[in-house]
Design a protein around this ligand. Sequence first.
Ligand code: NAG
Ligand code: NAG
Ligand code: NAG
Ligand code: NAG
Ligand code: NAG
Ligand code: NAG
Ligand code: NAG
Length: 338
Amino acid sequence: MRAFTVLLAMLQLVLLLSLVSPATSCTQQEKHALLQFLTGMSGHSALAASWRHETDCCEWEGIICNEHGAITEVSLASRGLEGSISPCLCRPHQHAAGLPMELMSSGSIIVLDISFNRLNGLLPEVPYLFTTERPLQVLNVSSNQFSSEFPSATWKVMKNLIALNASNNSFTGHMPSSLCIGSPSLALLDLCHNQLSGNIPNTLGNCSKLKVLKAGNNHLSGILPVEIFHATSLEYLSFPNNGLQGELDGAHMVKLSNLATLDLGGNQISGNIPVNIDHFKRLEELHLGSNNMSGELPSSLGNCTNLKTIDLKINNFSGGKGKLLRPAESKKFRSQEE
Ligand SMILES: *[C@@H]1O[C@H](CO)[C@@H](O)[C@H](O)[C@H]1NC(C)=O
Ligand SMILES: *[C@@H]1O[C@H](CO)[C@@H](O)[C@H](O)[C@H]1NC(C)=O
Ligand SMILES: *[C@@H]1O[C@H](CO)[C@@H](O)[C@H](O)[C@H]1NC(C)=O
Ligand SMILES: *[C@@H]1O[C@H](CO)[C@@H](O)[C@H](O)[C@H]1NC(C)=O
Ligand SMILES: *[C@@H]1O[C@H](CO)[C@@H](O)[C@H](O)[C@H]1NC(C)=O
Ligand SMILES: *[C@@H]1O[C@H](CO)[C@@H](O)[C@H](O)[C@H]1NC(C)=O
Ligand SMILES: *[C@@H]1O[C@H](CO)[C@@H](O)[C@H](O)[C@H]1NC(C)=O
């Protein structure tokens, strides 16, 4: 009975201490997740000196907390972090030095930047169990060595996501179709230089806030879905060096009135350059080189007054370009005859 009383007193003391402890101290769960993340890696000696278990993780290098002590930012770009998958085969998913689920699905983290490291392993598939919206706005995992399948369902709970950069890895799988359905605020999506395959999902048309879409240097196939032209905020649309086919649908394409860069070079696109190309009033860069396009170059190209770069080389165009383009344009114009 006395032992119980002592235990009770101790519990009360612990409770009291936790109440008076400074407001800025991160939760045990988040601290554990960060330490687990660090443990799976080598090349982290500089971080390990700062990330000590006995200290408040709000004070750790690369970690920013809000006034309530919740982590809001994890900024670990270019830290020389190197993830190696543990040889333990027992629970391979837990041991892969990817991103712990707790960080991806955190209830407080707004910015998660682990770009320019040598991390591999998994980007976790956050289960749809989380009915509450995740606050994550910026996820930058670019320029690492991730070679796992790109998550597909995770984005359904990322209601606040604004920027997703996963470029320059070796992610496999498809471009997720849940992206803008789940994250309607998405403004920047960069998936270029990966191993993604399959079609471009037509749900990208629901990305009403999307300004930058880059998915070049993958193995994407099929056509540029017509729905994508509903994403009228697009300023930068870039799918070079994939296996895209079909023709450019001028009638629908011109809905992208904010477009400044269109890069579809290095695909198998056929057909003509749409005559109404001059409806892209803001177009500055047009890359259609190394495709299977044909026909005459429309004279309306000469009316794209903001065009600075135009690359049409290695196609099968016919017609006298000198006649069609004003001298200023024809100087910039590079054709297959070059
Ligand atoms: C990572 O991407 C985000 C969103 O595009 C950007 O704000 C941030 O500067 C990037 N980090 C680095 C180190 O470039
Ligand atoms: C994504 O990150 C890479 C570096 O990893 C950078 O070069 C690229 O510009 C970023 N993409 C966008 C759209 O900002
Ligand atoms: C791609 O990643 C490698 C390795 O992290 C890096 O050296 C290179 O600068 C990155 N390329 C771009 C375009 O960001
Ligand atoms: C996506 O856009 C299509 C029209 O392009 C629309 O019919 C559909 O309801 C949208 N879906 C969502 C979930 O917003
Ligand atoms: C190239 O275009 C021509 C017609 O313009 C078409 O007959 C041919 O199938 C196309 N080739 C490929 C590989 O798409
Ligand atoms: C260029 O624009 C002017 C003014 O809108 C128009 O009169 C002319 O026909 C256009 N030229 C071509 C080749 O589309
Ligand atoms: C280029 O077009 C011409 C006729 O328009 C056609 O005879 C020829 O096969 C085409 N070449 C290629 C490589 O598609």
